[in-house]
Design a protein around this ligand. Structure first.
Ligand SMILES: [Zn+2]
Length: 136
């Protein structure tokens, strides 16, 4: 099995497209409302584009109208890492893939969305790959 934590920067550049690399490995953000999965309601599981680990499910995806795919919870709590991010002069919480350390997006709390957690995992479409399949 590949240990994705050992992949070098040069290897990531080969494995990913330029835009995928910018978002996943350089914590970039794709433009709002243009991502492949922003409004997707297809039943299935979203995996990390970089390493294939299953991260989010359609059952936790909701309409946030923020311009990016939004989930109120990850598939499992240990599949993502959350850490403080002070870029852009404010405190946000960055969300990363626990398996490969790639940047996924940010999570915001207490915005008043009518979801079970009142969390919004705001995730770049380009960081994800959707596999259509039944979700329990
Ligand atoms: Zn990953």
């Amino acid at each position: 099995m590949t240990d994705f934590k050992l992949i070098t920067d040069a290897q990531w550049r080969e494995r990913l497209s330029a835009e995928e690399y910018r978002v996943l490995r350089q914590a970039g953000t794709e433009a709002p409302h243009v991502g492949e999965y922003t409004d997707t309601t297809t039943e299935g599981v979203y995996s990390c584009k970089a390493c294939g680990t299953e991260l989010f499910r359609s059952t936790e995806k909701f309409e946030s109208h923020c311009g990016w795919p939004s989930f109120f919870s990850p598939k499992d709590t240990d599949t993502v890492i959350e850490r403080d991010d002070y870029s852009l002069g404010m405190k946000r919480t960055e969300v990363l893939c626990a398996s490969c350390g790639s940047h996924l997006g940010h999570v915001f709390a207490g915005e008043g969305y009518n979801t079970p957690t009142d969390l919004r995992y705001c995730i770049n479409s380009i960081s994800l790959s959707l596999e259509e399949k039944p979700v329990e």
